[in-house]
Design a protein around this ligand. Sequence first.
Ligand SMILES: Cc1cc2nc3c(=O)[nH]c(=O)nc-3n(C[C@H](O)[C@H](O)[C@H](O)COP(=O)(O)OP(=O)(O)OC[C@H]3O[C@@H](n4cnc5c(N)ncnc54)[C@H](O)[C@@H]3O)c2cc1C
Length: 535
Amino acid sequence: MSTRATSIWGWGYADKFPDTGTRRSLAEHVSPLLGGPSLEPHEPATALRLPSPRVAPPASLAALCSVDEADRAAHTYGKGYGDLVRGFHGDFSSAPDFVARPRSEEDVRAIMDWCGDHHVALIPFGGGTSVVRGVEAAIGQGFRGAVSLDLRRLDRVIEVDPISRSARIQAGATGPVLESQLASHGFTLRHFPQSFEFSTLGGWIATRAGGHFATLYTHIDDLVQSTRMLTPRGLYETRRLPASGAGPAPDRLVLGSEGTLGVITEAWVRLQSRPRFRASASVHFSEFDAAVRAVRELSQSGLHPSNCRLLDAQESFLNGVAGDGSCVLVLAFESADHPLHAWMERALAITASHGGECREGARYRSDEPGAQSRASGAAESWRSAFIEAPYLQNVMVSLGVIADTFETACTWDRFDSLHGAILEAVRGALERICGGGTVSCRFTHVYPDGPAPYYTFLGPAKRGGELEQWMALKQAASEAISAHGGTITHHHAVGRLHRPWYDRERPEPFALALKAVKGALDPQGILNPGVLVGP
Ligand SMILES: Cc1cc2nc3c(=O)[nH]c(=O)nc-3n(C[C@H](O)[C@H](O)[C@H](O)COP(=O)(O)OP(=O)(O)OC[C@H]3O[C@@H](n4cnc5c(N)ncnc54)[C@H](O)[C@@H]3O)c2cc1C
């Protein structure tokens, strides 16, 4: 386990927060994008404001629990914009009363039983990278207290089945921890969300996370073979099967359960051989609409690119991928089995037929001895910007800039109207609330029947009112999504933040059924109250 200190309030490692001088010079680059406001770096609060604990760990669990203030603060929020702002100002008012770190399933059971017996809310905590207030103990008045259940000590790959290419992995393993264990068996899960470094397998399953593949295996759902979840009513374990037609699928209740039905302790997941062949290209388009048509044809071609990320002109500029006003499609294929020239050539023929220009040509890499290996220009720029972006959000908070993202998915026939409505709503709200700002779009995933567009917005905040302004922007975006046939989330989950729009999106009989399931598995309602169901 890494001993490098992580930030209590911001994303990632504490030592990656730039000093005041560096942030001041970054402000000079950001200001023109926002219409030229003066941006002055502020410093994060050094004092942490937390309420006194309402309950204390019992002696029988004391060895697993921490009441340390910094620990409680680090488990108060996820890593969404609103979380960062509150943490930056030292406001940890919804801190859990203590943090429990189970080492085994028996420990999880003991903590869950204690919470049930004492009417204390239990909030499963994986990597704490939720952007939807999924791990926050905002539990209302009905409980005596709240415990944050940090699962990261359950981090082992327990078993690998090379014949069926599957592995049994504990839920608290973060991306790098599970990948390094799988590498020694020559396999990979190849699920790479942007939060990969800190998020966990259990968190991915609980939120139906979206990963590396832009087509085909987009969500963790596609990689889960079976699950094991402890509920207050007993163990919920599903059978290992490649597929089944036996009624509604039990795993489907676990996927997306967001800590409300039980604590996922393990899962069997589908593995892949490590890819040896890679092909990449970046295709420039002068018109976004033409690029969208090209991506639609690609998504319906059966080629299944591993990467198919379309960046609009603003997004291409912000990520250092193009500065000439063009939109860029970052395209890639990978395989453990075969060279990819035929796939890439066909994909480039499709993009060319829509006016796309592959200026640098396609690049091919292979692990075979003597094979040509060339790094890709625009694709590499995009990749490094992608990895560093969350650290930039920490800087934006310190500069008083509202910086956030939201995402959705819709069918292709609705994309134009949905996209237009979102841009209009968010631009209007930025003008009204911040006096200016910018919004950009990229596709993170694409399906034969529709894309998953992902938006980034930036606007100058009025210091002290950041949370209200951000919430008004979020409201405008969410209303536009809801009114124009999108989903409130393609992969960021529901949490407490998206709950009003999620309630509107799901059919009423389904809401009733979910409530009944919650009542059956968690009769006292102690698990993550306020998320998905209930008040
Ligand atoms: C910078 C950044 C980039 C991101 N990029 C992506 C991305 O590319 N794709 C994507 O899908 N999401 C992304 N996210 C959102 C977030 O990383 C995902 O939702 C992720 O799956 C959460 O995993 P976690 O382990 O951090 O879970 P947490 O944040 O700790 O928990 C999330 C939810 O799952 C529940 N939970 C966690 N572990 C368990 C368990 N073992 N059993 C039961 N419930 C549990 C929690 O109670 C909570 O409701 C990003 C977030 C940030 C901050």
